[in-house]
Design a protein around this ligand. Sequence first.
Ligand code: IDP
Ligand code: MG
Length: 139
Amino acid sequence: MAIEQTFAIIKPDATAAGHAGQILGMIEKAGFRIRGLKMIRLSKQQAEGFYDVHRERPFFSGLVTFMTEGPVIVLAMEREDAIKQWRELMGATNPEKAAEGTIRKKFAHNIERNAVHGSDAPETAAIEIPFFFSLAELL
Ligand code: IDP
Ligand code: MG
């Protein structure tokens, strides 16, 4: 299995609640190497652009409001099979369906305010990482 990169966000709910440290610890413990990390506040335009695939969904405007309500931590990270491994560590989108030991089981409030984001495919990671990081910021 090849080394792969994925993109993560610690969302405004988890960042505001002071869960970033624990989530970063879980990421490191799971063997991810952090290549880029910063705290930013998304503009409405950035949040809309990032979630463009969901533009027609009924939850889109609520999602944009949520994602812009406060700071987030964006991360580029890598390990073997990173995309699948990070999705597994995150847990299901709806925390009621998330497995024990996952980040969403532990920290998510509901299907919208669900603590973390993760790329869903290599092609998505290849768009999401450069959406937030320049080459010089990936170490
Ligand atoms: P994912 O984050 O697990 O990949 P997606 O289906 O890509 O889930 O949805 C993106 C984000 O949109 C979710 O993480 C969540 O914050 C929000 N979301 C997804 N489905 C719903 C919904 O039914 N109601 C409200 N928000 C939703
Ligand atoms: Mg998704």
